[in-house]
Ligand binder design. Structure first.
Ligand code: C2O
Ligand code: CU
Length: 427
């Protein structure tokens, strides 16, 4: 009975402001300190957009744009974003995908705040404590509002760069209505550059689908996943990779002495990115697939050898034509993961087949310990969104260090809205 009570109250909390939890978001705001302040203003509005192929889209925008303005700050700065809603009737929020923020700033309508209605405003504030590639999107009816255009890049540059690059470009893969765009452009993106230049691409998949990519014409490295650096990333050639919905891959590409390098989508020419000058390379099929299980180098004296779990949870992701489930249940019924601050948690996520499920947890990053029972052999891998495909199982390690009420859901936002969503709550 006790267990059922918790399940009911958490599901309830996800949909309304009232909550029987002892931890609520309202009390958890960012502490004051002397961090330099970066202020931004964002106005959400209905805006007709004319794309470069002539198509007109009834978009929903931030500051008249979709994607919205790129927000780029430096590690350690305080970010202050004043959100206004001009005329989006259902209300809007901003969720900082992958950024570890206090719960009250997480931007989940019905959990951490009320949706911001037309004429209203809400100011978000948090410290950008961890460098990396992130993004933002409305989290009020996300499956509709993200596709309508309410999203953008959020980049935290490190105080001291680990890599030097002649160019550092964030690229948002986006489906706006029914059109595929890269940084707002149809028909692919061209990034100029000189032979021998190093380019850092921060590829972000804001669509609901897994994107299969390959780099042609240049060797490359994957230097970060979901914003978190890979330890000693090796050079890849003719190697494809899959970016799950919500995930980010940071690539470091050295432009060839002759001709272009191309980051090519294996599904969709609108997502091709050509870099540099001259002719495009000959199209190749990827000979290998990147795998996070053996990329980069393990840490010497990795403390992971010493971990012991306080609690373990199993999540089985299932899907049929009509419903998306976790452990056979849909959102309202799914008991939350209940943790105490300071606990070390193991979450095993298993895809029971029927589609790709990129599983996202708010407010935390987690470490991937194993895939299908095999421990990772390369670099430690920290993510906020794990792409699970047919019958795969991943063991995740999460330290409960950010009290509050947090969503955990499939980042195919259609699946999330059809039930594949739950809560991770602190007692
Ligand atoms: Cu980017 Cu709850 O999602
Ligand atoms: Cu899914």
């Amino acid at each position: 009975a006790e267990h059922m009570h918790h399940a009911g109250s958490a599901a309830h909390a996800a949909h309304s402001q009232s909550s029987a939890q002892s931890v609520s978001c309202e009390t958890l705001t960012a502490e004051d300190d002397d961090a330099p302040v970066r202020e931004f203003e964002m106005t959400a509005a209905q805006t007709p957009i004319k794309l470069d192929n002539g198509e007109e889209v009834k978009a929903w925008t931030f500051n008249g744009l979709s994607p919205g303005p790129e927000i780029r700050v430096t590690e350690g700065e305080r970010v202050v974003v004043k959100l206004r809603n001009k005329d989006i009737d259902a209300g809007v929020t901003i969720h900082w995908h992958g950024v570890v923020v206090p719960c009250s700033q997480d931007g989940v309508a019905g959990v951490t705040q009320d949706a911001v209605k037309p004429g209203e405003e809400f100011t978000y504030t948090f410290i950008a404590s961890s460098p990396g590639s992130y993004w933002y999107h409305s989290h009020q009816m996300s499956s509709i509002q993200a596709e309508k255009g309410l999203l953008g890049s959020f980049i935290v540059e490190p105080k001291e760069a680990e890599y030097t690059a002649a160019q550092d470009v964030a690229v948002l893969m986006q489906k706006l209505g029914s059109t595929w765009i890269l940084n707002g452009k149809t028909g692919g993106l061209a990034i100029p550059g000189n032979p021998g230049d190093t380019v850092r691409l921060r590829l972000t998949n804001t669509t609901d689908d897994t994107q299969k990519m390959v780099v042609e014409g240049a060797p490359y490295r994957i230097i970060a996943l979901d914003g978190h650096a890979i330890h000693q990333p090796g050079i890849l050639e003719s190697t494809g990779f899959k970016i799950g919905a919500g995930q980010r891959f940071d690539l470091l590409i050295e432009l060839p002495e002759q001709g272009k390098a191309v980051v090519r989508s294996e599904q969709n020419d609108h997502f091709n990115i050509s870099l540099g000058q001259g002719a495009e390379p000959i199209r190749v099929a990827s000979e290998r697939q990147f795998s996070l299980t053996d990329y980069g180098a393990p840490l010497a004296n990795d403390p992971i050898a010493e971990i012991s779990f306080d609690q373990s949870f199993e999540l089985k992701l299932g899907q049929n034509l009509f419903v998306n489930t976790i452990n056979g249940q849909s959102f309202h019924e799914i008991p939350p993961i209940l943790v105490k601050e300071g606990e070390e948690i193991r979450i095993t996520v298993t895809n029971e087949g029927g589609g790709d499920h990129p599983f996202h947890i708010h407010g935390h990053r987690f470490r991937v310990l194993s895939k299908n029972g095999e421990p990772l052999k390369g670099s430690p891998v920290y993510l906020d969104t794990i792409l699970t495909q047919d019958d795969e199982s991943y063991e995740l390690y999460l330290i409960a260090d950010n009290p509050g009420l947090w969503m955990a859901h499939c980042h195919n936002l259609q699946h999330a809205s059809m039930g594949m969503s739950m809560m991770l709550n602190y007692e």
